[in-house]
Each structure stands twice: as C-alpha cells, then as structure tokens.
Design a protein around this ligand. Structure first.
Ligand code: ATP
Length: 369
C-alpha cells in the first residue's frame, strides 16, 4: 500500500453496451510511484488509463486524484498528462514548438515559457535540439519529445500508453532504462500501460496484472514473479511448470501437498486460498530447476530425459520428460557446462528446491476472459 495515495480508484466499472471492459476495479497508486497496468490485449488496461486521464468516463465508481474527486472532470482540468503510443507530435513544428504547444493556453510570459521548454528538454536529454524539425528526428528522439511535451505541463501524474511499443528491441530496452531514471529524477507518479511483462518487471515499483476487466494481483515485480497468486498471473509473467497436487494437511499459515514425483511439499498459504475438493495446482519456475553434472548430488533430485532443446545464446531452454509426470518440465540452464550440447534422449538428473514452489489458485474473480 502506498504511503500517500495519488490515485484512488474505487469500484470503477465501464460498460460498452452490455460488455464489461472494467469490472469493479479498486486500486490505489502512490505519490511518486512507477506503476504499471499489465495484461493481455483487451483486458481493460487502456480503458482504465483513459479513465484516469479523463478521456473516458466510467459507468460506475469513483476516481480521485491527489484527494480530489475527478470522475467527471474533463481531461484538461486534471493534473495528469498522457504520452501516447504513436507520440502524437506535429511533424511540421520544430522540437521547441512541439514541447511548448500545451503551454500556450497557460499564457506564460515568453521567458518563463522558454525556461520551461528548456527544462523539459534537459530532462529528456534533448538539450539544444529545440530548433530541429520533428520529422528529422529518430524514433527514440521523437519519443523523448513526446515525453518532454507532457512533462513541460508539470503534471502530478504522467500516463504512458505503451509508449515504447513502436521502437525496436534494442532502443526499447535503452528507453526503458531512461524512463526509469527520468521518473526517479522528476519524482512524479508514472502509470504505464503495457502488455510486455519484462517491461513491467524492469520499470515498476508495483504492477497490477489485469484479465477480463479485473485486477488479478497487485504487487512489486519480485513478488508478482516469485509469488503469483493465480495460475493465469504465473503464466502471464513467464514460464511456469504447473503440477497437479493433493492437499494433505492444512494449517493457518501453511499447507502440505502431495505431488506425483516431487513428493510432499510444504507451502506458504496465500491469503484467501480455498482449495476445491482437496486438489490444488502448484508451480515452479523453469530456472528454479537445475541440471546436476557428473557425480554432483543434491538433497532433492529427479531423473528425466531431454525431450527438446532450444539455444538462446547465454542460456538453453530444455524440455525434460519425467516418468510419472503428465507434462514434461521446462528448464532454463546457463551454457557454462554444456547444456546446449546435451543430445536429445539423454538421461539427466535435476535438482530442485522445494521452497521454490508456489501454491496457485485455479481461478478467481479476476479470471474472467
Ligand atoms: P490493448 O492492449 O489491445 O489496447 P487493452 O487491455 O488496453 O487492450 P482496452 O482498450 O481497455 O483493452 O479494451 C478493453 C475491452 O473493451 C476490449 O474488449 C475492447 O474491445 C473494448 N472496448 C474498448 N473501447 C471500446 C469502445 N469504444 N466501444 C466498444 N468496446 C470497446
């Protein structure tokens, strides 16, 4: 929970006809937080962002920004600014004119306007480029102009709708680092919409994962990756080996389950966890399984066969068949010891840490697709 909420979203729903694009969403985003709305296409993340911006009006519920009810307030009277996916910059204007555009309605004196434009250009590392025509800029520079144009308005909240999706992978990764340091430098609340889990993990202080118009989980990147609450969250955030298990004992803070080949596993009991018929799903990330080489031993081992192998440069992804398991296991191994050369069909031993398993809810209120 944030120390001081900058955005409070209370029971917000948005219907398009009978279709619920947002379904009773409640959320608090703190002052100075880098917050991401993450989810697959159509989950409602853009609708939620547009409702915060004032470009869309919820059918029900309330939105407060810095304590002020804003649900019906027009976009230009909110302390928010939005950076769009397609930048929306004017190609015929130069960089300075583009950045100054929104300031015109504030009727500042010329010196103050120039100072604010030059501050905003400094913030996005475009110092001295104010006379450059916007159509003579690279993709990364255009993106910076779009950011400067929003920052020059000194908003309390910057809203970013997939701002990096038009950039190629390398530039996108570079801009992610810049966006993160920019947010820390300006100190205002950033809310990013993305369907890219790595982008959300790398940038955010906290992430809300959305499915079907609902929020499935809100947590820090580490928590959401390592302790996903549901199968869908686990799956969306990266690879996960899912295993069916039987609940054997239940205490207030923990549970024990019995699995086909991993034996008895003791797990932390997530809040609100309710198993159906004693059957549960547990998960372990592929990188938490490790190959054992030569006569290396581990406290917890399994024997399997290499069914598939994909080389990714620094790592190799392996699919391991294990007798008695319904599904083969996915593993990620560094190539230091030759995982990339393992022949298909080779018998291997793998080590696992029982503490790396998580207990997952099969479906919950956020799981409507
Ligand atoms: P994407 O990443 O594809 O933009 P999203 O998660 O941002 O997806 P939204 O754009 O918020 O999703 O849309 C949520 C749902 O609401 C979608 O099913 C979409 O088709 C629907 N929707 C959005 N805007 C409208 C509209 N103006 N009229 C009818 N349905 C709409």
């Amino acid at each position: 929970m944030p120390d001081r909420p900058m955005i409070s979203i209370e029971n917000v729903s948005r219907y398009y006809g009978t279709y619920r694009a947002l379904d009773d969403v409640s959320l608090e985003i703190g002052a100075g937080e880098f917050f991401s709305l993450l989810g697959p296409s159509g989950c409602g993340k853009t609708t939620l962002l547009r409702s915060i911006a004032g470009f869309d009006v919820p059918t029900a519920g309330e939105i407060r920004i810095d304590g002020t009810p804003c649900t019906l307030l027009p976009a230009n009277r909110r302390p928010t600014n939005m950076v769009f996916q397609n930048y929306a910059i004017f190609p015929h204007l130069d960089v300075g004119e583009n950045v100054a555009y929104g300031l015109k309605r504030l009727k500042l004196d010329a010196a103050e306007e120039r100072r604010r434009v030059s501050d905003a250009l400094d913030q996005v590392r475009l110092t001295g480029l104010d006379k450059r025509k916007a159509n003579e800029l690279s993709g990364g520079q255009r993106q910076r102009v779009a950011l400067a144009r929003a920052l020059v308005m000194r908003p309390k909240v910057l809203l970013l709708d997939e701002p990096l999706s038009a950039l190629d992978k390398k530039l996108r990764e570079q801009m992610q680092v810049e966006l993160r340091s920019l947010q820390k430098a300006v100190g205002i609340t950033f809310i990013l919409v993305t369907h890219d889990q790595y982008e959300a993990l790398a940038l955010s202080d906290r992430i809300a994962v959305m499915f079907g118009g609902r929020i499935a989980q809100v947590a820090t990147p580490k928590e959401i990756y390592q302790r996903p609450r549901t199968r869908m969250v686990a799956d969306f955030l990266g690879g996960m080996n899912f295993l069916q298990a039987r609940l054997t004992s239940e205490r207030s803070g923990s549970v024990s389950v019995e699995t086909a080949r991993f034996g008895t596993i003791n797990l932390e009991r997530p809040k609100g966890f309710a198993p159906t018929n004693g059957h549960v799903t547990v998960g372990i990330r592929p990188e938490r399984l490790r190959l054992l080489w030569d006569d290396e031993r581990a406290p917890h081992e399994l024997v399997g066969r290499v069914e598939n192998r994909a080389y990714f440069g620094e790592v190799t992804h392996l699919t391991i068949g294990v007798d008695g398991l319904e599904q083969p296991l996915s593993m990620v191994e560094t190539n230091d010891y030759g995982a990339d050369d393992l022949p298909l069909g080779a018998e291997i031993r793998l080590a696992y840490d029982p503490d790396a398993f998580v207990l997952l809810s099969e479906d919950e209120r956020g799981a409507r697709m």
